[in-house]
Design a protein around this ligand. Structure first.
Ligand code: UD1
Ligand code: CA
Length: 458
């Protein structure tokens, strides 16, 4: 059967105490709903439908790229009512998988297993064994263990409340049957809502097959209702990502102190120290070491490079055998070539640092093209901005830039040229030339220091 995934995401999420709709709250830097859409997409369905309502414009604009079909639920009258809004766009011969926009950790494998149990004559329901089932609908089974119905917490008897098997909310059933059952839902219950869960009893009434599948872990079906649960799920998600990296052979000094918000690919024998944040697309080559407290966003790091502690590195490329930091910053479009070094308090922006070149202390190098084996002295700044335009500084191979230079762009420092410490270079320095551009030192022998004047009498 063709698969249609329907994601219910219209609920408000009052308990978030936030102007941001619940399904847009970030998990690992991305909206909860985006995670659920990714999971849905991995099932390669025929279509994905999102039922939205609360904060509708915001939801649609933040997920404009998502390539899903949107169904508006203008007023929230329950999960059954929500699913109904998507059904006009679903064909009778399809199998419908219902997911929740606020249940982001369910795994693709778990859903595949569930889908394997559903078919034209069978409804599959994902349930979960809970230590504390508070808040969940309870799965009521008969003496033979077959499912009879789901009772919501607010409608349950004391005996039903004692049931430990909860409804995850996730189910799969043929569209043609769902459509019929949804049409028969009543809202005569404690919440005055049309409960999707009531279709279970309807199916049972018709001797339609209802097959439960028990979720392998509670974490997979945890919903997010408040900030405490959001924080809890964030940690669970991060433990998963850390486990993936460990399985790939990465040494994580503390798996609990790593945050991954994106896709990380790694070579062999990578080491990551505590408190590292990896965002976007990050590649760490063989034997790369990332020191404590570093942020890497959209970075490629070549083999054998070392990132020392406290670096912030963004959208740049570090070649092989480079050394970065401590306390270094790479801003977008920078490129460190093989065996180049930047040290403490060095910032590169849109700058290429050539093979074997070094800028070890306190420098700003922006819009610069720096050749191979160049040494940039401490405290050097490329003055790349004239208040209106950005200009390029070119430093050719084997140049030696003295400490404390101001290189006023556009300017070129020639091959093997040298600049004196403290120079403000405004004109081209020819190849193999020494340029010194600073006030000449004056020494006055026997000069007397001023003496303190007596205080005037008031
Ligand atoms: C629901 C289930 C419950 C289950 C629990 C698991 C029903 C009646 N109850 O309860 O059995 O144990 O999930 O977490 O289905 N939504 C809409 N429109 C609405 C109402 C809800 O889109 O009118 C969406 C919400 O955004 C959310 C999902 O449906 O993504 C679940 O809604 P929620 O109100 O959280 O249901 P629960 O009371 O938790
Ligand atoms: Ca819920």
């Amino acid at each position: 059967m063709k698969l249609a995934v329907v994601i219910l995401a219209a609920g408000q999420g009052k308990r978030m105490q936030s102007a941001l709709p619940k399904v847009l709250q970030p998990l690992a830097g991305r909206p909860l709903l985006a995670h659920v859409i990714d999971t849905a997409r991995a099932l390669q369905p025929h279509s994905i439908h999102v039922v939205y309502g609360h904060g509708g414009d915001q939801v649609r604009s933040m997920l404009a790229e998502a390539r899903v079909q949107w169904a508006l639920q203008a007023e929230q009258h329950g999960t059954g009512h929500a699913l109904m809004q998507a059904m006009p766009a679903v064909n009778d011969d399809e199998l419908v998988l219902v997911l929740y926009g606020d249940v982001p950790l369910v795994r693709v494998e778990t859903l595949q297993q569930l889908l394997g149990l559903a078919g034209p004559q069978s409804l599959a329901l994902l349930t979960v064994e809970l230590a504390d089932a508070t808040g969940y609908g309870r799965i009521v089974r008969n003496a033979r263990g077959a499912i009879e119905q789901i009772v919501e917490q607010k409608d349950a008897t004391a005996a039903q409340l004692a049931i430990r098997e909860g409804n995850s909310g996730i189910l799969a059933a043929p569209a043609i049957s769902l459509r019929k059952w949804l049409g028969q839902l009543k809202n005569a219950n404690a919440q005055g809502e049309y409960y999707l869960t009531d279709v279970i009893a309807m199916a049972v009434q018709e001797n339609f097959k209802v097959t439960p599948s028990i979720a392998p872990t509670e974490a997979e079906v945890l919903g997010v209702n408040d900030k405490a649960q959001l924080a809890q799920l964030e940690r669970l998600y991060q433990r998963r990502r850390a486990a993936e990296l460990l399985a790939a052979g990465v040494t994580l000094i503390d798996p609990a102190r790593l945050d991954v918000r994106g896709e990380v690919t790694v070579g062999r024998d990578v080491v990551i120290e505590p408190n590292v944040l990896l965002e976007g697309r990050v590649h760490l080559g063989d034997r790369v070491r990332v020191g404590p407290n570093c942020v890497l966003r959209d970075m490629r790091v070549g083999a054998d490079s070392v990132i020392h502690p406290n670096c912030v590195l963004e959208r740049s490329e570090i070649g092989e055998a480079c050394s970065v930091g401590p306390f270094a910053r790479l801003r977008p479009d920078s490129k460190m070539q093989r065996d180049s070094h930047i040290g403490n308090f060095v910032e590169l922006k849109k700058t290429t640092l050539g093979e074997g070149s070094k800028a070890n202390h306190l420098s700003y190098l922006g819009d610069a093209l720096i050749g191979a084996r160049v040494n940039v002295g401490a405290g050097t700044i490329t003055c790349n901005y004239d208040g209106a335009n950005k200009w390029v500084t070119t430093i050719e191979d084997e140049a030696f830039i003295g400490s404390g230079n101001m290189l006023v762009a556009p300017v070129r420092i020639g091959l093997r040229a040298t600049t004196g410490a403290g120079s403000t270079i405004t004109k081209e320095v020819a190849d193999a030339t020494l340029a010194v551009a600073r006030g000449k030192q004056i020494s006055l022998a026997g000069w007397q220091r001023p003496v303190k004047q007596p205080k005037p009498v008031k």
